[in-house]
Design a protein around this ligand. Structure first.
Ligand SMILES: Cc1cc2nc3c(=O)[nH]c(=O)nc-3n(C[C@H](O)[C@H](O)[C@H](O)COP(=O)(O)OP(=O)(O)OC[C@H]3O[C@@H](n4cnc5c(N)ncnc54)[C@H](O)[C@@H]3O)c2cc1C
Length: 314
């Protein structure tokens, strides 16, 4: 992650300001407010603003005139109940705004989450930085054999070097072409005054998915947890997961009770089908059940055995 001295000064300036307020603030989140938290090689996440805290969830659930909070254990119990029973609207009372710098291919997955407000850096208006994502060698792997969407065996060092060389040289060539098409220096003056520069909205079309873009992304706590349940999950692509994991840390600082309930009832919990439940009941009754007698497909059987921490048997 690289920030210019001007960007660092702007962040320090914002972090240096405080304001008196009657609104709820969360000291653990205030601690990292505006601070870029590095993700991947050039990316980051910054918490820019937030509204509400654990007490706001409780307050809305109790439709209270005051803060609505009681004993810590009662508040945690209520939040757990809301999470367990998918009573989701109290979680929508809290909001958070992030500034995210991310590769375009990650942004394409991320933007599918429609229940957020997004404003992206405009490359019709501004020039994209010469920053592109190069995976760390340990993340370079072959196509997975079992899961058609994922990665399998990690490349040996020679194969990894070849991939990295190709990724770097292609991106450098693409950026050099972009700069040539734009034909302008940092202050907007032509580099070669004898030829016209192409408009920014057209010059960008040759850049590839590994280049970094940026956006402001605002959502409420309910939809943030929905996003995290999908993108912090092991099935999500590593690169978007890397962002989701950092966001999970911000969640723990912001709303520790909701975070605990989220881990307990969503992230580390499992959904089991009616047939799967019947299999578990038969197992509890000491019945020998295998995939053929379970009524589950081979895939569902594998998934159930993984949830139960058992070695799948056919
Ligand atoms: C592991 C993984 C693999 C994926 N693979 C693919 C893929 O191959 N191809 C692909 O195209 N996408 C893929 N996706 C994207 C996925 O299908 C969803 O688009 C994405 O996860 C956003 O989820 P969402 O719609 O629930 O979120 P949001 O857009 O934030 O919506 C949240 C919820 O609001 C409701 N909602 C929002 N908008 C509408 C609407 N217009 N109508 C009805 N209900 C709505 C739904 O209940 C939805 O669950 C993948 C996602 C994951 C996590």
């Amino acid at each position: 992650m690289r920030l210019t001295p001007e960007q660092q000064d702007e962040i320090a300036g914002q972090r240096g300001e405080t304001r008196p307020t009657r609104r709820a603030t969360v000291p653990a989140l205030e601690e990292i407010l505006f601070q870029p938290l590095p993700v991947l090689d050039h990316g980051f996440i910054r918490v820019i603003d937030y509204m509400g805290d654990d007490a706001a969830i409780v307050q809305a659930a109790r439709v209270s005139y005051g803060r609505g909070t009681r004993k810590v254990s009662e508040d945690q119990g209520l939040i757990n109940y809301l999470m367990r029973h998918r009573h989701t609207t109290p979680f929508e009372m809290c909001e958070i705004k992030y500034h995210v710098k991310l590769p375009i291919f990650v942004a394409r997955q991320w933007i599918r989450h429609r229940t957020a407000n997004v404003n992206e850096y405009s490359t019709r208006y501004s020039i994209l930085d010469n920053e592109f994502y190069v995976p760390a060698p340990e993340h370079l792997a072959a196509q997975a054999k079992t899961n058609r969407q994922g990665r399998g065996e990690v490349f040996d060092p020679a194969a990894a070097r070849r991939v990295l060389d190709l990724l770097r040289s292609d991106a450098e060539r693409a950026y050099a072409g972009y700069a040539e098409l734009l034909n302008e220096d940092g202050s907007g003056m032509p580099i070669d005054p004898t030829r016209p520069g192409l408009s920014r909205e057209l010059a960008r079309i040759n850049l590839s998915l590994g280049f970094y873009t940026q956006w402001y992304w605002k959502t409420d706590l309910h939809n943030l947890m929905h996003f995290l349940s999908l993108r912090a999950d092991p099935h999500a692509q590593y690169e978007i997961r890397a962002y989701a994991e950092v966001m999970l840390e911000t969640l723990a600082r912001w709303v520790p009770m909701a975070h605990a309930a989220f881990l307990e009832y969503r992230m580390n919990a499992a959904t089991i089908s009616a047939t799967g439940l019947a299999v578990i009941r038969r197992m509890i009754e000491s019945e020998q059940v295998d995939q053929r007698s379970s009524g589950l497909s081979a895939r569902e059987w594998r998934e159930l055995m993984t949830i139960l921490g058992r070695t799948p048997q056919r």
